[in-house]
Design a protein around this ligand. Structure first.
Ligand SMILES: [Zn+2]
Length: 458
């Protein structure tokens, strides 16, 4: 299937041969290729000149005097420029008679190609869903970051998605990922800024080099071969036997149903395991976080992030300022006013959560570590377990909990009220992947954690 460079090569070849030629007649031999009626197609195009040759993704755009002819080659469509006495081929489906006596013939063995008429500079139905051109400024770091951030699918699948970026097909996707040193199966949301920048640069470099390579084809075009846009590519990984850099045998696998080539030694697989740590207030989940941090594991702390987001000037502060202006006192967020405002008012509490949760989630997703722990006090209550691959529930007996909370200066009734507001432990236990009981000494807690860590894939 022709990709962006091949389509560009077809256009450039045709531009060189038929620019400013007029269409004197048209014959359609296989009607489904043309999307409108035969009558309209002929009436609109006869007498028109091929003025400009443009491209959008893998679409060819022939700008005529009054309208634009859009052509998609799909699998095997190609054009021939032939003398009028050349016998027809059985795969010639649309014939344009030109005013210099030659014919432009659209030939398509598979018959998948399509032609459509649109207004000049008009929007073709399919362009709506087309992503930016790889060479346009719209294909930039910010755009890619935003697009990739929630894509828990293989990066190769995203590169092939025409709504992400237009024009990349199976061959160039493999080549781009090889140049990026990223395994095609890597989760798209895990690419960091530097890797995204590399992806943009390598996409442009590889497509540009291919377009340059196509230049030879444009000049050496012979009518017998047809304008296919195909040329000899200098491929580094796609259908290659050994890696040109490390000489490891190139592996073939399937990604999203497409044959995919990669070097297992040069291309790194990016994946992430996110594990949530939760438990009632006073259960010891913070002790778990502290221990993991000490061991060198990255731990994301939702409460800490929440506090930071609410600092003056940060996103949470701005959102609260807008929604609850009465909580801003002397330009600072007054936490006690905010607490009393949402205390006992379920709808206000919900409103605040709806403001803060997406902001915290966004920060969580900025972490691309292979193994990431997160302390999430209301994991199940907020339905956040869906953002994690696994969760750990820390459970402590009610008597011990109450004693700990008392040590923190909470009265018994206050502590009971706090515990009552949370989801029942029996309910949490049903949703937990792993439960650690914290009823004994710290050393006992650490020992249980060490046992658990042995089961964690990393
Ligand atoms: Zn290699």
């Amino acid at each position: 299937m022709p990709e962006l460079p091949e389509v560009q090569t077809v256009l450039d070849t045709l531009a060189l041969r038929i620019r400013d030629r007029a269409i004197t007649d048209i014959r359609i031999l296989y009607k489904p290729i043309v999307s409108c009626s035969e009558k309209r197609f002929k009436q609109s195009l006869i007498g028109q000149h091929f003025r400009a040759f443009k491209r959008r993704g893998k679409y060819l755009l022939f700008e005529m005097d009054d309208l634009t002819l859009v052509s998609h080659l799909r699998m095997e469509g190609k054009y021939f420029i032939l003398d009028e006495d050349t016998p027809f081929d059985k795969h010639d489906h649309v014939i344009f008679y030109l005013d210099d006596g030659k014919q432009l013939r659209y030939n398509d063995v598979r018959k998948f190609g399509r032609m459509e008429l649109i207004e000049k500079d008009g929007e073709y139905e399919s362009f709506k869903d087309l992503g930016p051109e790889p060479f346009s400024n719209r294909f930039n770091l910010e755009y890619c970051k935003e697009y990739l951030k929630n894509k828990k699918i293989a990066i190769k699948t995203v590169l092939l998605d025409q709504s992400f970026v237009a024009g990349i097909g199976n061959i160039y996707a493999d080549e781009i990922l090889y140049a990026m040193k990223i395994d095609p199966r890597s989760s798209a949301d895990l690419l960091n800024d530097e890797e995204i920048q590399t992806m943009i640069q390598e996409t442009r470099r590889i497509l540009d080099e291919a377009i340059q390579a196509g230049g030879t084809t444009i000049r050496s075009y012979t009518s017998s071969l047809g304008v296919t846009g195909l040329f000899q590519l200098d491929l580094k990984v796609h259908t290659v036997k050994n890696c040109p850099v490390c000489h490891t045998k190139i592996q073939k696998t399937a990604v999203g149903g497409r044959g995919t080539y990669y070097c297992p030694s040069c291309q790194k697989l990016k994946k992430q395991t996110r594990i949530a740590i939760t438990g009632s207030i006073g259960s010891g989940k913070s002790e778990v976080s502290r221990y993991l941090r000490e061991k060198g594991y990255p731990v994301f702390d939702c409460d800490e992030e929440n506090r930071d987001l609410l600092k003056k000037g940060n996103a949470g502060y701005e959102a609260v300022k807008k929604a609850f202006p009465e909580c801003i006192v002397d330009g600072e967020l007054d936490k006690s006013t905010l607490s009393s405002l949402i205390f006992g008012d379920a709808s206000k509490k919900k409103q605040l959560e709806d403001l803060m949760h997406p902001l915290i989630l966004e920060r969580l997703k900025e972490h691309k570590e292979e193994l990431l722990f997160a302390e999430v006090p209301l994991l199940f209550e907020a339905g956040w377990d869906r953002y994690f691959d696994q969760n750990l529930l820390v459970v402590t007996n009610q008597d011990i909990l109450l004693k700990r909370l008392k040590d923190r200066g909470m009265s018994r009734s206050e502590a009971l009220a706090r515990l009552k507001k949370q989801m029942r432990v029996s309910e949490k236990k049903k949703r937990a992947d792993k439960i650690i009981y914290n009823n004994g000494s710290l050393q006992e807690l650490y020992d249980s954690l060490e046992e658990w860590l042995k089961e964690i894939p990393c």
